[in-house]
Ligand binder design. Structure first.
Ligand code: GLC
Length: 603
């Protein structure tokens, strides 16, 4: 009986979500529909944590609310799942934690009395949980009681939730991750516009907020709504390209960790994966296989001169492509999509490994580049002028070690070192085995610069003077060695841990964790640190920043159980390696005239 109703619910859910997609996909004809929208759960006032009795939608119009009603099964389905996290939450509700008005809970625990740093981190992580319809759906970005200007730090950010989600998965608390995956999937189908323009279908929001609002026409009832932000309200109006990529990576990790493949196999989830892929694989004007994005489209979400083809996005893109290929079911994936995906994987790995990589040998090669080569077999394909090599790099590049540069464009190499892109290149196997070791060698050789007083530098070095003025637009938050401009972000600890475990060098992460442990709790888990060697808590850093807390928790969990890192790692694909070596040996002229390849990229 249970199995049958579960199956029916599953079918209804899938159908419902698809219907909602049809109704809510950006559609030029409903561009002027008000942005007053949300998935809603109604409840009587005063019954904050009691069960809700119906679902309603704010869109109005019978068709639309019918579509929303079809999502109610989704809620019933989610409702039927209980696990340790909801039990824990119940105990929080009995008094150990109190609500802070954001659907999250404030810790009343005495931090000084905690048995260990990890226990403290777990208490804070649980205190950051956000509930929708009485079920955990994510974690708030920062839970800093002393902060009066919360901006959008009271929202659940997709990228920030990834370490939280991994921490919960590794703890065996699957419910919150499953709910997060399914609810953000529903948000993917929202209509979203900025000044009458809609971005492409498949975009995942940067963040969402759970709002509790009075229900129209009924004083005694309120409802929860999920209100997404696709960048239309974000500072700088940046589109979060990384959100969908992280969503795919988390979905795969969920399946690998729980062994429950039913989530990734759902029709609506398969559709969600395909929508993200279609958006990323769409033909454009670009000659490169790397993904072309605007400034601020990832963790660095404000102007920092990373528009174009930033490494972070390429590494996440590669990881998401590999993960999606693993998860797409044969019935759902069209042959065309798989072909496009495979072609892109090969071209992307060749391009990044070949042209983003620098070490002493490559730097010396660039130093002697000839320019203005008009030909198919140019050595200096992107017409890089050797004068671009920055003076700091000439001194900084060690004899042992190397890294992927931050960005590559015609006549432009951004030589800055970006931690997340380099670490995720290791994790996703976008970097070769030798390159991966060389990146970790660099961390060891340049420990004072890249780790210093708090792991890890987001990028190195900082932009200063005139360069800072021009590139950041004189951004006072991104002054040299602060925030995104050479600041140090504790959350990056978890990515360092996955990368060093993958390369069988966990001692690197262990050393970095020890550095963090010296002060992270005393400093109240800041969002970021300032100065060249991370001596100060960031000028405008939030305290009790959830992904700083979760990043530490995940690093500890993985160091205790290195095998678990497999849920995040993409192993080198032997088919790709073969295709890759064919490419290196192929004549560029012959390659251009190959038949049957729809897109031709510069590789
Ligand atoms: C800042 C960070 C961004 C993060 C957000 C929430 O905007 O730049 O990466 O997602 O805060 O923590």
């Amino acid at each position: 009986m249970a199995a049958t109703s579960e199956a029916i619910v599953q079918v209804l859910c899938s159908a419902g979500a698809n219907i909602s997609r049809m109704g809510l996909c950006p559609n030029k004809s409903n561009l002027l529909v008000s942005r007053n929208h949300g998935l809603g759960y109604r409840r009587k006032k005063g019954s904050r944590h009691k069960s809700y009795n119906m679902i309603s939608a704010f869109h109005g119009g019978s068709n639309v609310s019918d579509r929303f009603r079809s999502l109610s099964c989704n809620c019933s389905k989610l409702d039927s799942v209980t696990d340790k996290s909801s039990e824990k939450r119940d105990s929080f509700l009995k008094g150990e934690l109190s609500t802070n008005g954001n659907g999250t809970f404030s810790s009343t625990l005495q931090i000084g009395g905690m048995s260990s740093l990890e226990d403290e981190a777990w208490e804070l992580l649980r205190a950051s949980m956000v509930y929708y319809c009485d079920h955990p759906v994510g974690t708030i970005a920062a839970n800093d009681p002393s902060d009066s200007s919360i901006l959008n730090y009271d929202q659940v950010f997709i990228r920030d939730f990834i370490p939280s989600g991994i921490a919960f998965l590794l703890k065996g608390e699957y419910d919150i991750v499953r709910n997060f995956i399914l609810h953000t999937l529903q948000l993917q189908s929202w209509e979203k516009t900025m000044d009458c323009h809609s971005p492409g279908q498949g975009l995942m929001p940067a963040s969402f907020k759970v709002r509790t609002v009075p229900l129209d026409g009924d004083d005694s009832a309120t409802e929860d709504i999920l209100d997404p932000d696709f960048g239309e309200a974000a500072i700088g109006r940046v589109a979060p390209v990384d959100s969908g990529l992280w969503w795919i990576i988390l979905l795969r990790a969920y399946g690998k960790c729980t062994g429950d493949l039913s989530v990734q196999e759902r029709v609506d989830v398969q559709t969600g994966i395909k929508m993200i892929l279609k958006l990323c694989l769409a033909d454009g004007f670009d000659m490169f296989p790397t993904l072309l994005v605007t400034d601020g489209s990832c963790m660095i979400d404000r102007r920092m001169g990373i528009h174009g083809h930033p490494l972070e996005i390429q590494a996440l893109f590669y990881s998401a492509l590999l993960s999606a290929r693993e998860m797409l079911t044969r019935e759902d994936a069209s042959a065309d999509l798989i072909t496009a995906l495979n072609n892109r994987l090969v071209a992307l790995s060749f391009h990044v490994r070949e042209y983003y990589w620098i070490d002493m040998r490559k730097l010396n090669e660039i130093y002697r580049y000839k320019t203005e080569e008009y030909s198919y077999d140019a050595v200096n394909k992107f017409n890089i002028y050797p004068d671009q090599i920055p003076p700091w790099l000439v001194e900084w590049m060690p004899n042992k070690g190397g890294y992927m540069i931050g960005n590559l464009q015609p006549a432009h190499m951004d030589f800055r070192f970006f931690s997340l892109g380099n670490l995720w290149s290791i994790v996703s196997s976008l970097a070769t085995n030798d390159q991966s070791h060389a990146i970790l060698d660099l961390y060891e050789t340049k420990w004072a610069d890249l780790v210093g007083g708090m792991p890890l530098k987001i990028c190195y070095p900082a932009l200063e003077g005139q360069e800072w003025r021009i590139i950041t637009g004189s951004d006072p938050k991104n002054t040299p060695w602060s925030y995104h401009n050479g600041g140090s972000w504790p959350t990056l600890l978890w990515q360092l841990t996955v990368a060093s475990i993958k390369m069988n060098r966990p001692e690197i992460a262990e050393r970095a964790v020890k550095v963090a442990e010296r002060r992270i709790s005393r400093d109240k888990w800041p969002e970021y640190y300032d100065t060249k060697s991370a001596r100060f808590i960031g000028k405008q850093a939030r305290l009790f920043q959830t992904w700083s807390i979760a990043g530490y928790v995940v690093a500890k969990q993985l160091l205790d159980n290195p095998e678990a890192a497999k849920i995040l790692v993409n192993v080198e694909d032997s088919e790709l390696v073969n295709a890759f070596s064919c490419m290196i040996s192929a004549n560029p002229r012959r390659k251009r005239s190959r038949k049957g390849i729809k897109q031709s990229f510069i590789i």
